[in-house]
Structure formats: structure tokens, C-alpha cells
Design a binder for this molecule. Structure first.
Ligand code: COA
Length: 333
């Protein structure tokens, strides 16, 4: 069979950094509370009002094209996982392609919140596996600062802005690449994590703005409980399905929502902290951006044949895991 392999990774973070100490001056919180409850020390926040999610994504994709030595014109398809699209329509994917000059690509957005990247990656891989396309770019990008109420102390401390992207190509060795995925959704979870207005149910009005209904609404505790159970379960499930023991797993790249959720997942998988990719302390939760940004940060340490488990949980609820046998050593294929 033709397998889809990641052949390059790109990332981008806005320059401006918002630390826990900055937040102490804005809301009733402490660096100590945020660090012990979440593992986050700082996050990047775009402060240029002219910039949007597509701008971060464009930088991440340019980074990836440069590494792989390809031109944007060579991209066949670009899928963007995001819940902070530049606008309701057209899709952010279309805007990214236009800004990049990816004139031969088509694309679309995937709305799966924090699982947006893994949903997009599993979807994009299908176009490679069927033999239809040779170069598919998968983006995970979110500018969460634009939909966060910075007076809601339980929610605003968690999120940050960022974008990551990977290139998928047919693997010359069919043992390498995306080997399996398990994805789930349960719309009943929406009550605990959603945006109340701005869609067809409650279009923007003076009332929705006055009632702060265009921000993330999150009930932290039920989200936490579902995330711990579901991310751990699905990660164990994909190992079992692929006959992987904890020794076989080289890396866990788990959605960076809360260090305690990631630790619980690693524990359920029976793997030590040395196998767990972690950058939550510097970036916070960048929603669809977290997993490609982990791959970007850890790319130099990855080796051909490494077994990676990618796991995420997010609003929807959505969750899942992807098993990848990594295709190259270090920074480039
Ligand atoms: N600083 C100081 N105190 C805070 C605070 C802050 N930033 N935010 C909340 N608190 C207070 C609460 O008011 C509460 O005080 P009380 O006991 O006097 O009422 C106390 O801390 C505990 O609040 P709680 O909401 O129970 O905290 P928590 O341990 O559940 O942590 C989250 C809150 C949001 C960090 C945690 O629930 C979480 O990570 N949830 C999952 C979120 C997530 O992953 N979302 C992304 C989608 S996957």
C-alpha cells in the first residue's frame, strides 16, 4: 500500500510573550497557581490587530517548504485545523493558499477544536494513500487570544497563539508513515466547552456582545475529567491495536492542554516522562497548534523508525490518537 509520511515540519509563534507574571497584573491569579494547576509559565500572544490565524499558518508553511526545498506551487492540497478562522468564510485554508502563492492547491478547514490537527492529518493521509496526491500540507493553527475573555481567570491563563504545519508525501518505504488512527466525537460534550454566539443559532447582536458570548465558554472540571479519561483510553487503544508495548513507543506527542492531563495519559500508556514531548510551559494551549508545534520543537531528536503516538482531546468533544512510524532522521528528509 501507499503510506503517507511526514517529510517536513514547520512552526510559527508570534513574537510577543505573555507570562504568568504579566497575568498577575491583569487578573486575580498567581504564577504559582497557574504553574501547579496547568504546567504553563508563558504563552505567545499576537498583539498586531492586522494579523490573523492565516498569517501565522503562512509562516509555518513557508518554514516547511524551505526545509523540504519545495515551492508553494507544488502543494496539491492544504487542510487547516482551526477554531479561530480569519472569518466565517471563505476558509482559512483558502486564505493561506492565496497568501503563499499555492496556486495549484485546493483546501478546506476542519473544525475539531484541540483535535483539529489530528483530524486533519488522518483526513489528509487518505489523499496520499489513494495515490491521488503527492504533496498535502496539514496545518494546525489557532489565535486563541482573539476569542478569550481576559477577565475570566480560569480560562484565559491556559491559552496561547501559534501554528504548526507538516508536509505529507508518499513514503518510499511502506513501513514508514502514518500507520493507524482512532478518532472519536461526542457532541453531547458541547455543553462544557463552546462559543455561545457568532453562528447561525445566535448571530452577532448587541446583546451577544454585551453578554460576552463571542468568547470561549469552558467549564474546566468536566472538560478536565473527560480529557483525562478519553485521551488516556484512546492512546492505550491504539497501542493495543498495533501490538505496541510501552517499550516500543519512542515518543508521545499529546495535546498540550494541561500537564496533569498529559501525565495521566503517559501513566496509562506505561511510558516514562523522558518519552513525553512537552512544551506547554512555553506555549500554553494553542488548540490545533499544539501537536505540530511539538513535532517542530522535537524534530531534531526524531529518528527514522521511531514510533510516535499523537493524542488529542478537545471541544466537541473530539478526541483520538494517530500512530506514526517516523520517516527521517533529524531536521530534513
Ligand atoms: N488563579 C487563581 N485561582 C483560580 C484561577 C486562577 N487563574 N482559576 C480558577 N481559580 C480558583 C477557582 O475560583 C476555584 O476557587 P474556589 O475553590 O475558591 O472556588 C479554585 O481555583 C479551583 O478551581 P477549579 O476550576 O476547580 O480548578 P481546576 O483545578 O479544575 O483547574 C483548569 C482549572 C481550567 C486549569 C482545569 O480544570 C483544566 O485544565 N481543565 C481542562 C481545560 C482544558 O484542557 N481545556 C482545553 C480543551 S482540551
Amino acid at each position: 500500500m501507499i503510506r503517507a509520511a511526514i517529510t517536513a515540519v514547520g512552526g510559527f509563534l508570534p513574537e510577543n510573550i505573555l507570562t504568568n507574571f504579566d497575568l498577575e497584573k491583569m487578573i486575580d491569579t498567581t504564577d504559582e497557581w497557574i504553574t501547579t494547576r496547568t504546567g504553563i509559565k508563558e504563552r505567545h500572544v499576537e498583539n498586531d490587530p492586522q494579523k490573523a490565524t492565516s498569517d501565522m499558518a503562512v509562516e509555518a508553511v513557508k518554514n516547511l517548504c524551505k526545509k523540504r526545498g519545495i515551492a508553494p506551487e507544488e502543494i496539491d492540497l492544504l487542510i487547516c485545523g482551526t477554531v479561530t478562522p480569519d472569518m466565517v468564510f471563505p476558509s482559512t485554508s483558502n486564505l493561506i493558499c492565496a497568501k503563499l502563492g499555492a496556486v495549484n492547491a485546493w483546501g478546506y478547514d476542519v473544525s475539531a477544536a484541540c483535535s483539529g490537527f489530528i483530524y486533519s492529518l488522518a483526513t489528509g493521509a487518505q489523499f496520499i494513500e489513494t495515490g491521488r496526491y503527492k504533496k498535502v500540507v496539514i496545518v494546525g493553527a489557532d489565535m486563541m487570544s482573539r476569542i478569550i475573555d481576559y477577565s475570566d481567570r480560569t480560562t484565559c491563563v491556559i491559552f496561547g497563539d501559534g501554528a504548526g504545519a507538516v508536509l505529507l508525501e508518499p513514503s518510499s518505504d511502506d513501513s514508514l508513515g502514518i500507520r493507524d488512527f482512532v478518532l472519536h466525537a461526542d457532541g453531547r460534550g458541547m455543553t462544557h466547552l463552546h462559543m455561545k454566539a457568532g453562528g447561525s443559532l445566535r448571530p452577532a447582536s448587541e446583546e451577544t456582545v454585551a453578554n460576552k458570548m463571542h468568547y470561549v465558554y469552558q467549564e474546566g472540571q468536566p472538560v478536565f475529567k473527560h480529557a483525562v479519561v478519553n485521551m488516556a483510553e484512546v492512546s492505550a487503544k491504539i497501542m493495543e491495536r498495533n501490538h505496541l508495548t510501552s517499550e516500543d513507543v519512542t515518543w508521545l506527542a499529546a495535546h498540550q492542554a494541561n500537564k496533569r492531563i498529559i501525565d495521566a495519559t503517559a501513566q496509562r500508556m506505561g511510558i516514562g516522562s523522558e518519552k513525553v514531548m512537552m512544551n506547554i510551559e512555553r506555549y500554553g494551549n494553542t488548540t490545533a497548534g499544539t501537536i505540530p508545534l511539538l513535532l517542530w520543537d522535537y524534530e531534531k531528536q526524531l529518528k527514522k523508525g521511531d514510533n510516535l503516538i499523537l493524542s488529542a482531546f478537545g471541544g466537541g468533544f473530539t478526541w483520538g490518537s494517530i500512530y506514526i512510524k517516523w520517516a527521517y532522521d533529524g531536521n530534513a528528509i
